[in-house]
Ligand binder design. Structure first.
Ligand SMILES: [Cu+2]
Length: 67
């Protein structure tokens, strides 16, 4: 399964790495791509992982997951 959303609040590669790491740390996540310019996060994950769980991980790291 694939989930894509926009992450607001990232200003540098450090933020990208932080967001990537928290998403990767979420159980069931296989692959994560985060783009600083487009703010897009693309996550490949197991079927039982919800978009809400992924967004919550981003929010807990101090960023905003939208749309
Ligand atoms: Cu940063």
């Amino acid at each position: 399964m694939k989930t894509t959303f926009i992450v607001e609040g990232m200003s540098c590669e450090h933020c990208v790495k932080r967001v990537t790491d928290v998403l990767k740390a979420t159980a069931g996540v296989k692959k994560v791509r985060v783009n600083l310019k487009t703010k897009k996060a693309e996550i490949d994950h197991a079927d039982n992982v919800t978009a809400d769980a992924l967004k919550a991980a981003v929010t807990e790291a101090g960023y905003q997951a939208v749309a």
